[in-house]
Design a protein around this ligand. Structure first.
Ligand code: ZN
Ligand code: ZN
Length: 346
């Protein structure tokens, strides 16, 4: 499958969590968690249209000020999605600065606070000194908090000690490829109409509404969208990336992670402690390398990327990655949960 999402850990596996995902051909990027952002270029940061925040521990949010500082001059808004409590937390953060000289600044921040029954939201405009303007709540059927014609993002609440840490899946809406040879065979001309046609299929896959097709002989013919798709396009489920971090190793979290990561093309997941430190992981509400790899294998993920390593392994920098990949690729392991070992001892 052609990649449409290009993910990159801003601070590597040991640094603050921040996964930058560039969207192909769109000049747009999404950010999952917002730890230190200094390694990102201004050019890349300016592409960020939305931030998906797992929770507000400082290593996940400290980059917010860096981003805000740069985006103040940007006309395009930013949306930040976060766990319960995030609206008040961002309002307080914005309220800690003086904003008397920003009347002419166009920047608008929208904050959406996830809850099990839907999202609350508010707008903060630079031109109004970032005063909080409440907006209407919205529902999130199937956990979908953000849907565009090109991708959607689902959120699931995981237990991280006594707070919620959100895990996310980023899914391409539908993958539509045009067969150039079929275009030639039918005498259709290539052109911008194809982009529009692909968007239409993504929005309404079953529709057979007529499409005006420019032909190479200068004429235009009208063909039903479904019929045209059968002739010139290949349509399949899109790419899926799953992002999981700061999850207590509990049976409830295990079930939620397996469900949301099922058949993902890439699972990006925390591996904070080594395999033999499952007791420490349980006390600190994090996953071990072995749990991360085991979850990826059982979810049927195609690839695994681990991060959020504890600094205690700096001397053996590959250890956690090695252990996780071992659990991921080891087909001889049973489907018995590694979580059960630790929960049985409780
Ligand atoms: Zn963390
Ligand atoms: Zn945390």
């Amino acid at each position: 499958m052609r990649s449409v999402f290009f993910p990159h850990l801003v601070n590597g596996p040991f640094g603050d969590p921040a996964l930058f995902v560039r969207l192909a051909h769109r000049g747009e990027a999404l950010l999952f968690d917002c730890g230190n952002l200094h390694p990102l270029s201004h050019r890349d940061m300016l592409k960020i249209s939305a931030v998906f925040l797992s929770h507000a521990h400082i290593d996940h949010l400290v980059g917010f000020d860096t981003l805000l500082r740069l985006l103040l001059y940007r006309g395009q808004p930013l949306t930040l999605y976060g766990p319960p409590g995030i609206l008040a937390q961002i309002e307080n953060r914005l309220g800690s600065y003086t904003w008397n000289l920003v009347e002419g600044y166009p920047f608008v921040l929208r904050v959406c606070e996830w809850g099990p029954d839907g999202c609350r939201q508010a707008i903060f405009r630079a031109a109004h000194g970032f005063a909080c303007e409440q907006e209407e709540d919205f529902s999130c059927p199937g956990g979908v908090i953000c849907a565009t014609p090109h991708y959607r993002v689902r959120a699931v609440g995981l237990d991280h000690g006594d707070i919620v840490s959100l895990a996310f899946t980023l899914e391409e809406t539908l993958h539509v490829a045009i067969h150039k040879d079929a275009l030639d065979r039918h005498g259709y001309a290539a052109g911008p109409w194809l982009t529009e046609f692909k968007d239409r299929i993504r929005k309404a896959p079953g529709s057979n509404a007529p499409v005006d097709v420019p032909c190479r002989d200068g004429t235009t013919i009208s063909i039903g969208a479904r019929q045209l798709a059968e002739r010139i396009a290949h349509v399949e489920d899109g790419m899926k990336i799953c992002y999981v971090t700061d999850a207590s190793p509990t049976a409830a979290n295990e079930g939620r992670i397996l469900e949301m990561a099922a058949d993902s093309h890439l699972l990006v997941i925390e591996a904070t402690f080594a395999r033999h430190e499952s007791e420490r992981a349980r006390q600190r509400n994090h996953l071990t390398s072995w749990m991360a790899g085991d979850l990826a294998r059982r979810a049927g993920a195609a690839r695994l990327l681990v991060f959020h390593h504890s600094p205690r392994y700096q001397d053996v920098p590959d250890k956690l990655e090695r252990e996780a990949q071992q659990a991921f690729t080891n087909d001889s392991l049973s489907d018995l949960s590694v979580f059960r070992e630790s929960s049985e001892r409780e």
